[in-house]
Design a protein around this ligand. Sequence first.
Ligand SMILES: Nc1ncnc2c1ncn2[C@@H]1O[C@H](COP(=O)(O)OP(=O)(O)OP(=O)(O)O)[C@@H](O)[C@H]1O
Ligand SMILES: [Mg+2]
Length: 267
Amino acid sequence: MYRSQKGRYNKMLTPAALQFRQTGRAFGPRLAVDALNLTVAAGEFVALVGPSGCGKTTILNLAAGLIEPTKGEVESFGAPLKGLNPKVSYLFQQDALLPWKTLEENIALSATLSGRDGRDEAREWLERLGLEGFGDYFPAAASGGMKKRVALAQQWIPRRPLLLMDEPFSALDIHTRQRMETELLQLWDEDRRTVLFVTHDLEEAIALAGVVCVLSAGPASTIINSYRIDLPRPRAIADLRLDPRFQDLYRNIWNDLRPEVLRSHAG
Ligand SMILES: Nc1ncnc2c1ncn2[C@@H]1O[C@H](COP(=O)(O)OP(=O)(O)OP(=O)(O)O)[C@@H](O)[C@H]1O
Ligand SMILES: [Mg+2]
């Protein structure tokens, strides 16, 4: 955990990107998340897996400062979180492109808002993401994968140190999804910024993350176990699932996750 590694972040000196301490969040009488203890070290890629409706988005919303905890606290980079977290970019579960702007303009806007020359940067991103020739498409005419790539660029561009991602690829077909996962890991490898990635797909969590945390079924969802994923990087996403080490990890973690998934269906 504390060995020196590629990237700008020195884990010994940098406070945790996120620290949840006995954090809980209720909506009216219903306790969605409770007694959540989670440390996301700076530079770490952490995945949260849990059944549908268990509270994954709620945890990201707490990290972003969009909602406040009703119990316990949330700290980000060493300071208690008050209001919106200025250190985060947030890739929402739903698409959030501006429908009246083209794909290129959507990307450019993100760079412009970060005080840089949007046009040039947008063209570079289009090329990098294999979207040359599609820059003048409006979101309505773009495929789900194209829109996700644009949304990823939009959130990567501001260079904020913590990226929150909420099931970003779950609506994509398996090939597009694996391509997006590969692109994300390539981006992440460049500067190892901190990522908190939410998914209900355990394979995806293991393939991407350095740490996988399993959430219990709600109500009062909490982390029941965390696993370090010591698969070497860079990872060949498309072949990874055949690796015996991957399969061992999958079996172990699934033992924890399976009863929670069954419980959430029963509820
Ligand atoms: N604004 C809200 N008002 C009332 N209840 C809410 C609100 N937001 C979330 N909840 C409830 O909190 C619980 C957790 O919701 P959340 O959206 O965090 O789950 P999730 O794990 O992200 O689900 P999914 O996998 O379907 O995206 C659910 O029971 C949900 O109905
Ligand atoms: Mg959700």
